[in-house]
Design a protein around this ligand. Structure first.
Ligand code: ZN
Length: 251
């Protein structure tokens, strides 16, 4: 089965469309949350995401933008964007966001894999470093966990108390590129597909991953998208300008 794993789209329709066009065929799509927040196309991104697949985990921005979480833990720019998003959402889309499940979730046919937003232990936890990853990795009940939230593409692995970290060593800037990462059967993994709509690893290209559950291979992908269009939508919406400029820096 080819599983398209999308995360942290953040209302960026241009990045989502470019990712879907580059992804090629897939059997099922899983969305790891933060569908909205920051970007200027929340309704369009929700509607497109619902066409793409049926498996979703909620993110903290989905909760904040639909009123399920108060904004005290958000920085002022994120809080402003969440309030703007709440104001834009159609009643149906607001209701749909509120109904999204907390992870971990699973695809019934694939019991060795699970999907979360932050970490398997806490949906709001940021797993940035190998140190952060060790506690969830050592407690994992399944082989492979896909997670998002940090907007950093890559993987952490754990075997007999030894951890390792992997970041795809891309060779190009601004072009479409893929990088395969073959998983071993006796190792546990935490895998982040990266952020479709607001990458933070210094690479502005939209990030996502495809997992082939027969071959046990993750393909990390980066794809350029219409950055100017996404930025112009943010300016036109009168959202904080920093939300547009940061997209170009991939930060
Ligand atoms: Zn996010």
């Amino acid at each position: 089965m080819r599983i398209l794993v999308l995360s942290d789209i953040h209302g960026n329709l241009d990045a989502l469309e470019a990712s879907l066009a580059a992804a090629g065929p897939y059997d099922v799509a899983v969305n790891l949350g933060d569908i909205v927040g920051y970007g200027a196309s929340p309704n369009e991104v929700i509607e497109r995401s619902r066409e793409v697949g049926k498996y979703f985990v909620r993110g903290n921005h989905d909760r904040a933008s639909s009123g399920l979480m108060d904004l005290k833990d958000f920085n002022p720019i994120a809080g402003l964007a969440a309030l703007w998003t709440r104001d834009q959402l159609t009643p149906e889309n607001l209701e749909w966001l509120r109904s999204l499940p907390q992870g971990p979730i699973q695809i019934p046919e694939l019991p060795e894999i699970q999907f979360v937003h932050g970490s398997p232990i806490d949906e709001d936890e940021y797993v940035v470093t190998l140190h952060d990853a060790l506690a969830p990795l050592s407690a994992l009940p399944v082989s492979v966990t896909f997670f998002g939230h940090t907007h950093l593409q890559g993987a952490f692995s754990f075997k007999v108390a030894v951890g390792d970290a992997f970041r795809p060593p891309y060779k190009t800037i601004g072009q479409s590129e893929t990088m395969q990462f073959a998983l071993k059967k006796d190792v546990r993994y935490l895998i982040n597909p990266g952020s479709v709509g607001q990458p933070r690893d210094g690479d502005w290209r939209a990030a996502f991953a495809i997992f082939d559950s027969d071959k046990w291979i993750v393909t990390f992908q980066r794809v350029p998208y219409n950055l100017k269009s996404a930025q112009d939508r943010i300016f036109a919406a009168n959202l904080p300008q920093r939300l547009a400029t940061r997209l170009a820096a991939g930060r």
